[in-house]
Each structure stands twice: as structure tokens, then as C-alpha cells.
Design a binder for this molecule. Sequence first.
Ligand SMILES: [Zn+2]
Length: 362
Amino acid sequence: MNALASQLRADTEAICYSDGRKVGTAGHERAKVHLKQRLSEIGCLPFSGDSFELPYEFKKQSFCNLIGRIPGKDSGLSPLLIGAHYDSVISHPCADDNAAAVAIALQAGRIIHEGGGLQRDVIIAIFDAEEPPYFLSDAMGSQRFYSDHVEGKTSIHAAVVMDLVGHDISVPGHMLGILPGVKWLELLLPGFGGKDFSVPHLSSGLFVTGSESHAELPDALRGIGQPDHLKVIATLNDYIGDVSDHGVFRRHGVPYWFLSCGQWAHYHMPTDTPDRLNYDKMAAITHYLLQMARSLDERELKGERKEEKVHDTIELEAAFLRSALGLFHGPVMRWAGLKEVKSRADMDQFAMKLLSTGLGML
Ligand SMILES: [Zn+2]
């Protein structure tokens, strides 16, 4: 494990309590105190006022977003936002959901600060109350941050939001038969079809949605290309929906990217523990996120900001799918009943097939 992976592990484990981080619990309070300290240590200033805490109430319950700012060279420019939620859905560690993403946001912020900052300010947003029963309600942290502190006050240049970014993508056993030379394993290992397997090439997959949110984003993502040690699959947000904190930015026409490794066997389960995460993969995602942040920082991202405006990204999606699948391209296409993905109709068919397996859904 490299130094960054070790730091990511420490930041993840630090908030993975056995009693979780559900809103209103002692664990939630403990995480809040710890994360405030970390925001300060990595070089953040408060986003507004003199505290990282931006508390709010809903139906007599108290919530708290934790929002810091890494000053850029020109704070007059509209800021970039890196975001992830810190609450947990159950009273268990919830490492992948979403301690891992919080750790990546903190380490990315630290590296940006140590590098002297970007041109514009970078907001490190650690949102509260993303999980049910608050999801998409007026208690949801990202929505409250937007309505209470952004709307009519400032403009966000672009947002990069993460959820479920700590794990290897695994393939359900029943799907492994599509891969060359794997079918005979079913004969040797009883019950093989009911398990999840990490496939070396595909385990490093990372889904990125949102390139359709601004005319310059497909170009920006292409410019970064396939990063080292990751297989990026660029896809439309429509295939998964507003499943996390990026939704509020999309709905307000803010250019955004949403990063996720999708659901896995431990999603919302007590078994989502820090020992099951891949910290080397998280380090690769941190580097990729930094490349995204620098690319967004340099671009003007001009034009009207409207939610309805969806830019055509089929070429980008097709190219990334082909390069991400590599050797698996042929068998995976056959499994999906396609020769290759060329048109939106092909991609719709591929996405539906993928989603029907439970893979890639959030
Ligand atoms: Zn969740």
C-alpha cells in the first residue's frame, strides 16, 4: 500500500464506528467533531462565518453540513465543489457508504492545499443526511446546503460528488460464464453461481456520470483519458438517476460529475466494513479526482445553466466503454446481444442489460 492509500485507510477507519453515524446518534456527533478537526488539518478555512459547521433543522430534528474551503489564487472566481455525505444508513461502520468518499475528499483537499491551491477556491463539502429517510427530502444535506447557502448568493463553477467509491466491482457468479474459460469452474465449485467474484480487469471499474451536463465536459473527460489503475465507464446520469448528492447540482444546471463503483454485496449491510475496501483503488480515484478538479479549474464552462439541457455524449460513452472493457469487450457485447455500442439505442440496450444484473445500480 502506498502512502496515500495508508492515509485514506486512516481517514476511513477513523469514522467507521461499530455503532455507525446515523443522524442524531452519538456516532454521528463523534464523526462531526472528528471531521471538523480534519478539515482544519488539511488546510481548509470555513466556507462561511467562523465554523465548518453549517447547522440546520427540519421537523424539530438537528442536522449539520461540514463545509470547508481551500483558498485558490483568485477567490473572485466561482468555486469548484468536491462533495460526499458522512451520515450512515444503519448503526454499523458503513465504510464504503460513505466513509471512503469522505476520506478521498479530505485527501484531495490536502493535496490541493499542499500544492498551493488551484486558480479558484475548492469547497470540500461533507454533507449530512443523504441516507433514507432523509434522501431527497428538505432534510437532505446537499439540498439544504444549496438552498440555504448557494442559491441567490453564489455560483458553483462545477461539482464532483462521490458515493460508494471504496470497493472493487464484483461480478455475480451467474454472470461469470460469459467470460472465456470460466464456465468449467461451475462444475468444480458448487454454489459458485450464487457468489460475487472480483474479476482482475473489471474490479478497477469506476462509473462517471454527468458529462452530459455541460458542452465542455465530454472534452474535459476525454482529455484526462483512462487513468492509471482504473477503468472508467462514462455514462448518462439518466441510467441511474439522482441517487446521491449530485442531484441538487444537476437540477440547478451546475456542471457536475458523479463518481461511483455502484452497488455491491455489502451495500447497506452490517458487513460494509473498512477491511473489505481497496485502498489502492481509492488512491487511484483520488488522483483521478485531482485531474478532474484541475481540468475543471482551467475551463470557463461558459453558457446558460439549465437542467433540461443535456449534451450528446454517446461517442464519449462508447469510446470509454470499449477501452474500459479491453479484452472483455467481445464476450461482454455478446452477452448483451450487441456487436458493439455505436448509437444511443445500443447504449440503452447495454445499460438495461447491465442494470438487470444489479451491477452498477446504486
Ligand atoms: Zn447509502
